[in-house]
Design a protein around this ligand. Structure first.
Ligand SMILES: Cc1cc2nc3c(=O)[nH]c(=O)nc-3n(C[C@H](O)[C@H](O)[C@H](O)COP(=O)(O)OP(=O)(O)OC[C@H]3O[C@@H](n4cnc5c(N)ncnc54)[C@H](O)[C@@H]3O)c2cc1C
Length: 395
């Protein structure tokens, strides 16, 4: 029995899953803790594999329009030094890669969510807001979700799409703890037109990364609406977690200035970009490692709830979309949910683990600071060639 599937979390993973289940004729309902979808978050990369999933939902055109028609296709990925000199670029390393031609994009999180959300509304998929999962129970017939507002929902299966700090995972795999990953990140966005002369060097259609000994920043331009924006992600290696009073509770203007100061001797005006960013989202990075299973009984996990993707890989949104497609496809193709969960895990686990492994290796190369090694890493990278998942290829 696969009817009435409860989905916890309406991020890219939960929404994609609900849309593919609808395509398969399977009813689901989403329970989201937020009171509404807002403009929370900065931006993230959607790799060609993720864009392909959007196309499988016939939403590619909408996403492109949302991205102001030209969808900011990134034409290259360049690594530069403090002087702004090019160290190497991915396009000339792998000229035949489909990585750029097939649409590596940067998108504000809320714009991707909005494309999926509008599609869910059109399809009549119920989305219940202000429903924060507190607990769940399952038996041999059903699963019950209990929410913090005192209400409950009963379904045949429950899918945790509730992100890195997943409550579904904490209940289902209570011994799999989130651990601080040894780094923190800041996601930022700045509006075009607010940076003065600093905009000149950013007037580019490539992704630019600058690596220093223990920190790095990657900058991209994207066109989320009629307004263009610059997106950036800063990553700092730091062995011990920063106490909350010096991180979560630090005033934004102080945080911005401290970050900007790290770039004061850079030729390119990255400090101006940081100081003028309208979105500034610091996060200490946590991960859960490799879970023993993707599911337990009638409960399965997708996206960040399952794999807590590292920001180095830039694969969080892409993997959540792929998980949504693939789990729905397995539920479509197998009458028995246990088989569906089994094949979902069996078919996805090698790719997911390889991405984790490569991300770790990339991080080591970055920390070793060797440009040649990093070049080698990218030359042979699995990221440039991850097999896509298709909706129509029944197994
Ligand atoms: C508000 C927000 C902002 C983000 N901003 C960025 C960013 O700027 N850059 C970046 O690279 N990544 C960001 N991320 C992470 C990024 O969205 C994910 O890495 C990626 O998209 C994977 O998607 P997901 O659907 O698995 O998880 P998420 O996108 O994290 O979505 C999980 C959803 O579950 C909901 N949820 C969580 N707990 C519960 C609960 N107990 N009950 C019900 N619902 C619950 C959350 O509100 C959220 O809507 C952000 C995530 C969030 C939630």
């Amino acid at each position: 029995m696969k009817e009435n599937i409860i989905i916890i979390g309406g991020g890219s993973g939960g929404l994609a899953l609900a849309l593919f289940l609808e395509k398969a004729g399977i009813k689901s309902e989403i329970y989201e803790q937020a009171s509404a979808f807002s403009e929370a978050g900065a931006s993230y990369a959607v790799h060609p594999n993720g864009f392909h999933v959007i196309n499988e939902l016939d939403l590619g055109e909408q996403l492109r329009q949302q991205l102001n028609e030209n969808s900011h296709p990134l034409e290259n990925y360049k690594f530069k030094d403090k002087q702004g000199e090019l160290l190497f670029d991915i396009r000339s390393l792998v000229p035949d890669s489909s990585f750029f031609s097939e649409g590596l994009i940067y998108v504000a999180r809320h714009h991707l969510i909005d494309v999926l959300y509008q599609a869910a509304l059109r399809k009549g998929i119920p989305i219940h807001f202000s429903k924060r999962l507190k607990n769940l129970e399952q038996d041999d017939k059903s699963v019950t979700a209990y929410f913090e507002d005192g209400t409950a929902a009963i379904g045949s299966l429950l899918i945790g799409a509730d992100g890195t700090h997943s409550r579904t995972r904490a209940i289902t795999f209570p011994y799999e703890f989130l651990r601080y990953s040894g780094k923190w990140a800041v996601f930022g966005m700045a509006e075009v037109g607010t940076l003065g002369e600093a905009e000149v060097f950013m007037d580019q259609d490539y992704l630019a990364s600058y690596f220093e000994e223990d920190f790095n920043i990657t900058i991209s331009k994207h066109h989320p609406t009629a307004k263009k924006r610059f997106s950036w992600v800063f990553i700092q290696s730091q062995e011990r977690k920063v106490p909350k009073k010096h991180f979560d509770e630090k005033p934004v203007e102080v945080f911005k200035q401290q970050l900007a100061d790290k770039f004061s001797d850079f030729k390119e005006p990255i400090d101006t970009l940081i100081l003028n960013s309208s979105t500034f989202l610091p996060q200490q990075v946590f991960n859960v490692g490799t879970l023993p299973k993707f599911s337990f009984g009638r409960v399965a996990l997708i996206g960040d709830a399952l794999q807590t993707t590292d920001p180095y890989s830039g694969m969080g949104a892409t993997l959540s979309l792929e998980d949504g497609l693939y789990l729905a496809k397995m539920l479509r193709d197998h009458t028995d949910y246990e088989d569906a969960f089994y094949y979902y895990e069996f078919d996805r686990k090698d790719n997911v683990r390889r991405i984790h492994q490569e991300t770790k290796e990339m991080e080591q190369e970055i920390e070793a600071g060797s440009v040649e090694k990093m070049k080698d890493y990218f030359l042979n990278s699995f990221f440039l060639n991850i097999p896509k998942v298709y909706w129509d290829e029944a197994k």
